[in-house]
Design a protein around this ligand. Structure first.
Ligand SMILES: [Zn+2]
Length: 436
């Protein structure tokens, strides 16, 4: 839909800044799949600094990196009509899980709305009050919840950001099997270090290709727009109909909030620190669970089966270890669904390896019974301490993450965690009467 709207409006208007793909709380039970919203900032032609953001029908598409003149009322209505027509002809309104909505606003709502929508639950009532107060043009279809994401996406002010290059299929191929050369994806992944979540070698999962029969051929995520364009030229595939660059909050951990255990609520995503109070164990289905505790309470943590080899890390934990866990909160039972794990301290595990040796005779003593100590059968010398050795730990301190095949859109990959936050690009926030 975003691609179609951009195609329709760039003849008349100008896109200011990159189009945005904004992901919201991944733990909302009634979300539509990836809980994403798309956002365009639209002004008049005449921006002085332009940047190529894609190609549609072999024509270059540009955005302006500077503000342009505002649309007048007629133009605003015209824009709203184009958006409405596109949504009504292209949205999958017949799908029982989709509740689309569109919103056009002259002013950005406060960024608190984004903060809340990416971390907690925002009610439709709340959003409708904002829309009425700001004389927005909007329409929510079916249960209207799409308005929440649409409005929240507009209010995003990026402190950290990534980009996604989305390549689209020609309409006649929609729903057919995608032709993408896997080797070229693996090579691109190796050659383009600022991209992430492309390919999971261990689990043989090509993450740039969607599972659904949607119009998207592939999406490559990364920190750097120029390298994304290079990356897309490396992917060998069926013909690409069009492609666009989106600025996104994917891979930023924006959904996570630092909390003490007692403050953790269902449907949130949290970072919390605690010591392991119950050893990891595997339940039916291959899910691995353990429990942590801080001064305020205890909570179980889970590494579900789809997290594959990450479960082996989790199995290496032991009562007494100190960890920081990152993940979404499930309601029943209240559990943290792990996305990342920082092992901060590992206790020393001691194991009895042998009975003590008699100093006089040089022979191993015999046990006198449970907790009764040991006695040399030759000379009668006794001892209470067996030979103890440190049991090697199977994991080391440090950060661990679920594999690419199980990664959430918002989860910040470890390869991004040690990189400095990219310097801010032009910011379009403020009170300048922005049209979106
Ligand atoms: Zn002895």
């Amino acid at each position: 839909m975003a691609r179609t709207i951009i195609q329709k409006i760039t003849k008349k208007y100008e896109i200011i800044g990159y189009p945005r793909l904004v992901r919201l709380n991944p733990n909302i039970p009634w979300k539509t799949r990836g809980n994403g919203a798309l956002c365009l900032h639209v002004g008049k032609h005449g921006g002085k600094i332009k940047r190529k953001i894609g190609e549609i029908n072999s024509l270059d598409v540009f955005c302006s990196l500077t503000f342009t003149k505002e649309l007048d009322e007629n133009e605003q209505r015209n824009l709203a009509t184009i958006v409405k027509e596109t949504v009504e002809t292209q949205a999958r309104i017949d799908d029982e899980n989709t509740n689309p909505g569109y919103v056009l606003l002259l002013k950005k709502p406060d960024v608190d709305l984004y903060q809340k929508a990416v971390t907690k639950i925002v009610t439709l009532d709340n959003v409708q009050i904002i829309l009425h107060n700001q004389q927005a043009m909007f329409e929510g279809y079916k249960n209207g919840r799409g308005l929440i994401g649409a409005t929240a996406a507009i209010s995003w002010e990026p402190l950290d950001r990534t980009f996604e290059l989305i390549a689209y299929r020609p309409q006649q191929r929609w729903g057919t099997k995608r032709q993408i050369d896997l080797k070229s994806v693996i090579q691109m992944d190796a050659d383009c270090p600022s991209t992430f979540d492309n390919y999971d070698a261990r689990n043989h999962h090509n993450r740039i290709v969607p599972n659904s029969p949607c119009p998207i051929l592939y999406g490559i995520r990364g920190n750097d727009v120029e390298e994304l364009v290079i990356a897309s030229t490396q992917v060998k595939s069926e013909p690409v109909d069009s492609w666009l660059l989106f600025e996104t909050n994917q891979g930023t951990d924006n959904h996570l909030q630092k909390k003490q255990i007692a403050q953790i609520q269902p449907f949130e995503s949290v970072i919390t620190e605690g010591s392991v109070v119950e050893n990891p164990f595997t339940i039916q289905g291959g899910h691995v669970l353990f429990t942590i505790k801080d001064l305020t309470g205890t909570i179980p943590c889970a590494a579900y089966e789809p997290t594959k080899e990450f479960r082996n890390t989790v199995r290496g934990l032991h009562v007494g270890d100190l960890v920081e866990v990152y993940g979404g909160v499930r309601e029943h039972p209240l559990t943290i669904n792990l996305e990342k794990l920082a092992v901060k301290h590992l206790i020393t595990l001691l194991v009895k390896t042998e009975n003590p040796v008699c100093q006089t005779c040089g022979k191993h003593m015999k046990s006198k019974g449970t907790e009764q100590g040991y006695k040399c059968i030759k000379c009668g010398t006794t001892s209470v301490t067996p030979i103890i050795q440190e049991k090697p730990r199977t994991i080391t301190k440090g950060f661990y993450e679920v594999p690419v095949c199980a990664r959430r859109h918002l989860s910040k990959p470890l390869k991004r965690m040690n990189q400095a936050t990219p310097s801010l690009l032009v910011s379009f926030s403020g009170n300048e009467g922005i049209q979106r």
